[in-house]
Design a binder for this molecule. Sequence first.
Ligand code: NAD
Ligand code: TYD
Length: 350
Amino acid sequence: MKKTVLITGGAGFIGSHVVREFVTTHPDYQIINLDALTYAGNLENLRDVEYVPNYTFIKADITDAAHIRDIFSECRPDGVVHLAAESHVDRSITDPSAFVMTNVIGTVNLLNAAKEIWKDSYEGKRFHHVSTDEVYGALGETGLFTEETKYDPHSPYSASKASSDHFVRAYHDTYSLPIVLTNCSNNYGPNHFPEKLIPLCIHNILNSKPLPIYGDGKYTRDWLYVIDHAKAIDLVFHKGINGEAYNVGGFNEWQNIDLVKELCRQMDEKLGRPEGTSAELITFVKDRPGHDVRYAIDATKINQELGYQPSVTFEEGLSKTIDWFLGNQEWLDRVTSGDYQQYYEKQYSK
Ligand code: NAD
Ligand code: TYD
């Protein structure tokens, strides 16, 4: 029987790579991309799969319970891969409500719709919730997040994702809904929206604009190439144990300042600018309130139990990412026109 998999948030950064991974790796599946096309959603990210026969797009908002119920009863997906979310920490600090609506209420709407259409049998069904390591809070100088780490979210974004994770587990514990969760570290790669650190700096280097580093720049993040995240999602969706969570990461920690310096070095080389040109743009700015000091993932479980390994090193991934942005400057121009300018002014004039 042909499987139907509904991917939410498939027009976003990570979602578009997950859609591509599923459409190409599973040509026997019908893949439905459900996305509201917010400022972060962009069908241009999926130009190459647009006309592939096993792919369809539905514009819908997961906060609209009735519409979601109708779509589920019509499409009857066997699997759901849920990525749709408000995803930017700084925006969650300015306006937490949108994060509660989409990340919490939207997730519950999807869980209800899946529970309803799967009520006769859970055989062959799976709800995969895509989440973040930020639910675990912040680490000090040592230690790693494992699947057993206590939830301790700090930002409105991570609080909303933690809440959605709890609801997903609650539907498993209460209704036996077949679920898996993945909690991944920071992603980077093609199609990354330039509100996040790496694409924002690439965009600013191209335009010789300041590179805003919050606080002292010693904050640490653990980075994974987005295509390696998409492959991990495919693996856990198919091979993960029902009811379990898997941390996804590549054991790749960087202090923000060192990462931005490496980015500057590679950009100068690729742009043929004298070494040190881009690093001169580094500017320390006001810190983010409640800034989590360090995130770092222990990916032992997914590595050992499911045989997962990332395919690229950070230097390679960063190089591929820069090459993608250099080759897609029209994409960058389009997504940074209009509302982005107002967001940028407001965020960085504080
Ligand atoms: P993104 O902001 O780039 O994309 C989010 C997508 O969701 C967009 O296409 C948007 O249009 C869609 N969307 C937003 N609200 C919606 C709504 N109400 N209804 C339907 N669609 C809606 O986000 P991303 O960085 O691709 O993250 C995707 C998922 O992965 C999120 O759940 C995020 O929490 C999680 N995650 C992200 C990272 C990261 O580093 N970016 C790391 C770990 C986990
Ligand atoms: P970001 O890309 O927003 O991801 P997250 O907050 O989900 O980790 O930020 C990554 C790190 O970079 C984080 O420590 C905040 C910092 N940062 C800056 O220093 N300057 C910026 O302009 C941005 C957007 C982030």
